[in-house]
Design a protein around this ligand. Structure first.
Ligand code: ADP
Length: 521
């Protein structure tokens, strides 16, 4: 190749040690057999090696000649010949010194130029240096440079890795903080001095403080809730392994389950500090408590409702056994009462079972396309005798059989029957009950209304009408009932058939219960 090559120079060995070369800019260069570094370097003449010590030799020789001439003259001084010789030796020494200095500068320049040449040559090929004096030095420089480059690359890698880890850690910290803040349950973290070190938005809202302003403040100065403060104090004073505490408090208008968990620190930081921090976690249990209250209420209701017919059965059976019914008519009367009570018991149990099965999703539902007017007619026919008994006009306005819904026939029948039965029960003699069907083709639904001219329902009771065991106080004497019928109707319409229930009522004027079902297309 036509690239310049370098000639080795022994004179430059010392200078090479002090040459400053940028490590990352050092490529390999190639030397020719003679060691010349290319055409442009050949302008430098080959200079014989002249050591500066030669000048020292000349100096020593001139001093020796001087002393010898002085002795030889019997200490009378130097002869003119000796003076000439000494002078000549000194001149020669000075010349040698000058030449030596010049050569060193030339050598240094050659070396610098050679290195510069090397730096601009063969960057792409990166070939190895041939054996030569410069080659050895060059290889060492190159190795050093490669080492530095490798180290730099490693450092760059490590730096990249560290930056990445730092970014990840920061992202994780941000994420944790977002999750912590977004937790719906109030959370607070306290240090071993009982000072707040972190709290989420839910905790701020419950206890009415600002986390940023309250950081590092004693928890007693942040929370005014006495029971809560006491619980935290107990946890702080206890040893770490027994510091966990649970309690339930009313904070504001909500019930909270409080869980205080010790945060391991290992050692006691100082006097007055405990050996652990605390995590205080609150969980809103208002609904759970309400549900459990309702459950207890339900059980009490059920027990009460069952006890009434049961007591009646027991009492009349005892009277029969004791022979208190003297004549056939009285016995018949007792039998009727026992039968009615047993039927009521059966109804109660059936209704409760149906409701709980629907709520638990264990009821067997057999949905099929049903001409809904047929079921409505069937229920009206069943209720007609009771209506006639009370001189109530029961009329039905049915739709053609083509309107069909996907429904469980038995449950649907049960719901319609309950509504018509209630309408008859709570309508005084001579009243009117209308069962009306109105298809609403735009919405692809059908509305079945049971309208009566009965006693009506007080406005304030309307929202509770579909609750279990709810009975309107004023209507209780009108008919016997369980307070479960409407709840069952709601479950059948909404939970089983995806429909909707409606109610409008006015005291003294009557009520209209409605059921909306999706029509089959
Ligand atoms: P039950 O009729 O067995 O008491 P329901 O759940 O069917 O139980 O009804 C709950 C209460 O709603 C009844 O006790 C009654 O006071 C009131 N109610 C239901 N239907 C009517 C109606 N058509 N008119 C007036 N009050 C009604």
């Amino acid at each position: 190749m036509g690239d310049p090559v370098l000639k080795p120079w022994s004179l430059c060995e010392e200078e090479m040690e002090t040459s400053a070369v940028e490590p990352q800019a050092l490529p390999s260069i190639e030397l020719d057999a003679e060691g010349w570094g290319g055409a442009s370097l050949r302008k430098w003449p080959t200079i014989p090696k002249i050591s500066p010590y030669w000048a020292l030799g000349g100096l020593v020789a001139s001093i020796s000649w001087c002393m010898w001439g002085y002795i030889r003259s019997g200490r009378q001084g130097l002869s003119s010949g000796d003076t000439m010789v000494v002078f000549s030796l000194l001149v020669v020494s000075a010349v040698v010194m000058a030449i030596s200095g010049l050569m060193r500068r030339v050598a240094l320049q050659r070396m610098v130029e050679a290195i510069r040449r090397g730096l601009t040559i063969d960057r792409e090929t990166g070939k190895q240096v041939q054996s030569s004096e410069l080659g050895v030095v060059w290889r060492a420089v190159e190795e050093h440079s490669a080492n530095i480059q490798r180290r730099l690359a490693e450092l760059a890698d490590a730096h990249g890795q560290a930056s990445l880890e730092l970014t990840l850690a920061a992202a994780q910290r941000r994420l944790s903080s977002i999750i912590f803040s977004a937790m719906p349950d109030p959370l607070m973290v306290l240090d071993s001095y009982g000072q707040l070190i972190q709290a989420n938005t839910a905790a701020e809202n419950v206890f009415g403080f600002q986390c940023e302003e309250s950081l590092r403040s004693p928890i007693d100065s942040i929370i005014v809730h006495d029971e809560m403060r006491k619980l935290i104090r107990q946890s702080r004073e206890a040893e770490q392994r027994v510091a966990e505490r649970r309690a339930e408090f009313l904070v504001g208008d909500k019930f909270y389950g409080v869980h205080v968990i010790p945060l391991a620190l290992g050692v006691k930081a100082a006097e007055g500090a405990s050996d652990h921090g605390l995590i205080v976690n609150l969980r809103d249990i208002t609904r759970e408590r309400e549900a459990s209250r309702k459950k207890s209420e339900f059980v009490a209701h059920v027990a009460h409702e069952l006890r009434t017919p049961l007591s009646s059965i027991r009492a009349y059976v005892e009277m029969l056994v004791d022979g208190e019914a003297a004549d056939e008519a009285t016995r018949r009367e007792y039998y009727d009462i026992i039968q009615t009570s047993a039927q009521r018991l059966g109804r109660l149990i059936d209704n409760m079972l149906n409701i709980s099965r629907i709520e638990a999703g264990t009821v067997r539902i057999n949905k099929e396309p049903i001409a809904i007017s047929m079921v409505v007619k069937e229920a009206c026919d069943v209720m007609r005798p009771s209506a006639e008994e009370k001189k109530i006009t029961l009329t039905e306005q049915l739709t053609p059989v083509m309107f069909r819904i996907l429904a469980d026939r038995d449950l649907l029948y049960q719901a319609i029957l309950n509504l018509i039965s209630n309408a008859v029960k709570y309508t005084p003699e001579g009243g009117e009950v209308v069962v009306r069907m109105s298809p609403r083709e735009e919405q692809k639904t059908i509305l079945i209304e049971v309208q009566d001219t009965g006693v009506g329902i007080p406005k304030e009771d309307l929202p509770r009408m579909f609750q279990k065991f709810f009975r309107v106080e004023a209507n209780k004497n009108m008919a016997k009932g369980t307070g479960l019928g409407l709840n069952l109707v709601k479950s059948i319409v909404e939970s089983v058939h995806g429909g909707q229930i409606t109610l409008a009522s006015e005291i003294g004027k009557g009520s209209t219960f409605g059921m909306i079902f999706p029509l089959m297309s």
